[in-house]
Design a protein around this ligand. Structure first.
Ligand code: UD2
Length: 313
């Protein structure tokens, strides 16, 4: 039976009021297809409750984004640590970064290693540069992993103030497989951990001891983020690294090491300081995990490794 109420179109922009402005907009959009919003995705969350985008394939226009940032002539830095046996992962990391990480942009890759002579010679495109810096090895992998925050803090203070716009801090035991580009840029950027993105937050492996400065109470926390990839503008990443480093050290003075070292401190920090952009697990998958259907593209992933073979303890 037909109701007598007036039909109200679902989308108000398709209402019957076709003004001259509507026609102008239609002409503009048909001449500039890149301005069309990408296909809506309903199988994933693409915005956080604090209105930060969650970047998945199909939620952004790469060509449009690249053209915006090309005009700004940006430089992007990446830090990567290859200490002890982890040096074996560096070649693949660097070679695949050349193929997929901010291709066409100015990039500086900072490699921190205890074996500068073992850094592979990788041909880099014009505008891309490799900077090798010496760091000490350690008897404990937990130290190596966690000390990265202190070194990143110092690096930003010493070197980057004038010529780099954005920085990403990445795990070396990983490879790029597909585009990682301007869609990932933001003030403070974090990646959702692939192991927990479908879980209820009660299952996230946050540090649960209130005595630790990485503590996240039950019922708190947004996502579980990866320690293996985060970034943003220099000032924001400096603040993050400085805070995590200080909290890690203050915990250590009291004999506490958070469950997942700097990853735990990072998660605490990002609970209190919400990222302005969140990257989906496309930006750090794990090779041992089968790909789920909502993950249309794997951009960067951790390789399968035998911890007994590569860790010092
Ligand atoms: C997770 C995190 C990692 C870190 C760690 C907790 C991801 C994908 N990885 O991975 O970032 O938060 O938990 O501590 O989120 N390294 C060396 N030499 C060593 C040991 C480590 O260079 O002997 C560096 C290297 O860059 C490596 C990184 O530290 O990629 C993290 O170490 P990991 O990969 O062993 O940590 P993992 O797999 O537990």
């Amino acid at each position: 039976m037909l109701h007598s109420t007036t039909f109200v179109p679902k989308y108000s922009c398709l209402s019957t009021k076709l003004t001259p402005a509507f026609f102008l907009l239609a002409i503009f959009l048909s001449m500039n297809p890149s301005y069309f919003i990408c296909n809506l995705r309903t199988d994933i969350v693409s915005v956080t409750p604090w209105l930060a985008p969650v970047v998945w394939e199909g939620t952004f226009q790469p060509v449009l984004l690249d053209s915006i940032y090309q005009k700004r002539n940006i430089t992007v830095a990446a830090t990567v640590f290859a200490v002890g046996k982890y040096i074996r992962f560096l070649k693949d990391f660097l070679e695949t970064a050349e193929q997929h990480f901010f291709v066409g942009f100015k990039v500086k890759v900072y490699v921190f290693t205890d074996q500068p002579n073992e850094v592979p010679k990788v041909k880099m495109a014009a505008g891309r540069e490799l900077v090798v810096r010496l760091v000490q090895n350690s008897k404990r992998w937990q130290e190596i992993s966690a000390r990265r925050m202190e070194i990143i803090q110092t690096l930003i203070e010493e070197m980057l103030k004038n010529d780099v716009d954005y920085i990403f801090c990445l795990d070396v035991d990983s490879k790029f497989h597909s585009r990682w580009g301007t869609e990932s840029l933001g003030e403070l950027v974090a990646v959702i951990h692939p192991g927990y993105y479908k879980d209820d937050r009660s299952r996230f492996p946050y540090e649960r001891r209130p005595t630790s400065r990485a503590y996240v109470a039950p019922g708190e926390g947004d996502f579980y983020y990866c320690g293996g990839a985060f970034g943003g503008v220099l000032a924001e990443v400096h603040q993050l690294a400085q805070t995590c480093h200080k909290n890690f050290d203050d915990d250590a003075k009291e004999g506490i090491e958070a469950a997942w070292q700097e990853e735990s401190h990072l998660n605490r920090y990002l609970w209190l300081n919400k990222p302005s952009k969140v990257l989906s697990p496309e930006y750090l998958w794990q090779d041992f995990k089968a790909r789920n259907s909502e993950v249309r593209v794997i951009r960067f992933s951790g390789v399968i490794k035998d911890y007994n073979q590569i860790r010092p303890n």
